[in-house]
Unconditional design. Sequence first.
Lengths: 449, 449
Amino acid sequence: MVQTSKNIAIIGSGLVGSLLAIYLKRKGHDITVFDRRPDIRTIEFSGRSINLAMSNRGWRSLRKVGLEESIKEIAIPLDKRAMHVNDKPVYFQKYGKEGEAIWSISRGVLNRKMIDLAEEAGAIFRFNEKVWDIDLPNAKIFTGESEKSEWKEYQYDLIFGCDGAFSRVRHKMQRRSRFDYSQSFIDVGYKELTISPNEDGTHKLDKNSFHIWPRGKFMLIAMPNIDGSFTCTLFLPFEGDVSFENITTKEEAKTFFEDYFPNVRKEIENLTEDFFKNPTSAMVTMKCYPWAYWNKVALVGDSAHAIVPFYGQGMNAGFEDIYELDELMDMYKDDWEVIFDKYQKERKPNADAIAELSYRNFVEMSSKTADPKFLLQKKIEKRFAKKYPDKWIPVYSRVTFSERPYAEALAIGDMQEKIMQEVMSMPEIEANWDSQTVENKILTLLEGH
Amino acid sequence: MVQTSKNIAIIGSGLVGSLLAIYLKRKGHDITVFDRRPDIRTIEFSGRSINLAMSNRGWRSLRKVGLEESIKEIAIPLDKRAMHVNDKPVYFQKYGKEGEAIWSISRGVLNRKMIDLAEEAGAIFRFNEKVWDIDLPNAKIFTGESEKSEWKEYQYDLIFGCDGAFSRVRHKMQRRSRFDYSQSFIDVGYKELTISPNEDGTHKLDKNSFHIWPRGKFMLIAMPNIDGSFTCTLFLPFEGDVSFENITTKEEAKTFFEDYFPNVRKEIENLTEDFFKNPTSAMVTMKCYPWAYWNKVALVGDSAHAIVPFYGQGMNAGFEDIYELDELMDMYKDDWEVIFDKYQKERKPNADAIAELSYRNFVEMSSKTADPKFLLQKKIEKRFAKKYPDKWIPVYSRVTFSERPYAEALAIGDMQEKIMQEVMSMPEIEANWDSQTVENKILTLLEGH
């Protein structure tokens, strides 16, 4: 090992913080992880998490440090969507080709396991210790009981901010001049709900499916846990006709579930109880730049790029940050200024791309799924992709089942969309959608690109 | 007066804070203005300000409280641009029609005068008192020596945040969920420079002109002061070939001015000295929403919408906020919740529009002014506007010499741009730009809109 061992602080003991701790321990550094919250292994989960969908990028990052197999033990592969449309039997949509799947993992279960693994690797965790201030040029951190109490000072060689969308580390960087920053909330909130296991511990719904109850402006999803339960997420506008604002009593909640989700009727008591027990959370897209301060401080994961959850890529993108950082550490050894600079320049366009794709998925789900023209377009694309799998890889597959850059997936997706706009403007496309003419048109347009 | 007198705190004693104090005193409220800085009347100016260009919106806001005439005494009307292009004599471009002008005012001179006027009106100013925290729902503010010192607590009925682009009040609002926020810096910085008066106190350049030395990626501007001097602003990229980063010695600064601004040769000694005395400042576009917290706290001016200075509308937009607030106070009396809500809903699209227009002006100045196609387009527009002044009011006039909403100016400007795109794609437009065909084309396209 050519690198000099460094004394490194990681702020945040979430998924990204604990995986980064494991990576950096493997490189021989001394690691201390700070978290303002108590040890997640000692407390109940928060009741505000959405189950994770680990896909190829996440697995690759775990594989590099030999963790893929042990994490797969707490994950369940989902190879298809199960669509629950009212008055129709459930129907299934395969995600990709044979063997392609996303993996459902409980955030709490995974985080506990990752902290165990990081501790085994030798990282030191300091829970219940809140970082109030960071001296960026000197890589010092200050912790304490409260903003106005006596603070404790720590000196490090490097600091990583893995403290999520509302990062304190970033907050400090943000006060500098020429720091670009944006946070943008969507008008839909979410709430965690649970479907409990059958009495014999089995799952009440197909366990290898991502369950979706699409209802236009709102939807319910469910992802399986290894204990037989499902973690459900209700996405619902904050305000408006059918909204969180308008469901304030148990009776209203019950009516809501009965009206819109009759096929989960047996669960309604639980769902209604959860509805008032669990908080309603907001969703934000957060972008910023730069991600690093000299050779001292860098942001990784949500602290650098928080996205809405509609592509299931938040954790995967954070894990990919770490994978790329590791490649750069191998290449540039002790030159942290170069490592951090290449890291931010390489990752930023990809973070922006997955932010954009995730936001578009939200728009698509909330406003386009009822549009017959849009559905026809998807049908034509699907037909063509099936016939020419090498010529038309859907964006979803490029994001989920590939390790190519997100920015590339976005660019190719835009190109495909342009082609489809031309196809959709062909005369009588509704009647001829599955004709040879349409197929030839796509082939010709693809040649032009 | 139907309104109940309120005890109101204004944070920030800048132009917007002091004008708002005058407006609110007229309505019978008790006003205390807090500023973390010392009284600007007792100190030298900062050496980092760009002269103000008061235009119609600003004057209207002053007129409403009877201040137009007294402020005009410290302002100089500019009815044209004076373009200083190398190897060409200076040439002039009229801003508008006969009698239309923007007015040059020194920020420091104006601010001192406004604070005098606000004090005369009965507002109390507390300088050197920094607000560290705000209890938003209870309209309390906390001031003190430092973040960790003992704080003093004040209770108000209402709080206005007029504390500029890096507002502490907004900072507090920003921590709430569902608060949208963005700050985006441009890669060009600016520096204040001065051209001193002649020995007899007269101006060295035409005093009724806005002087511009356009140089592609950078430019110098000069605006007159009533003492015979000019406040100049050098806009220059932070990094790159010709940039702040690359001018680090007196010799380099001198060479820079000699090479690029030979017609200010006699001023070079002063300019060079200023160059190292004055700081280099960054420019930011800041957007946020909401602007108000219940019926307790509202942001006004730069704290709600900071823009780059290339349209000369920053202060005008802030003053217009106050004008509109006043209209709403007349209409809704004591219902501050409604006043604040209507205020933010009405002003937000206009603030976004002037932000966009200002940013576009920056892009235009830095990248398009050397593009022959762009210059031809401007020539065609100018010719048409002169012939049909009622059919084609340029966006600049709509922004500067009108009181119609900024959002309308932007929308009409976009429509005009669309028309011009079609015109510019006409065959052999370079040869036929002043033909009847082109004129008829524009007339036809205008009818379609």
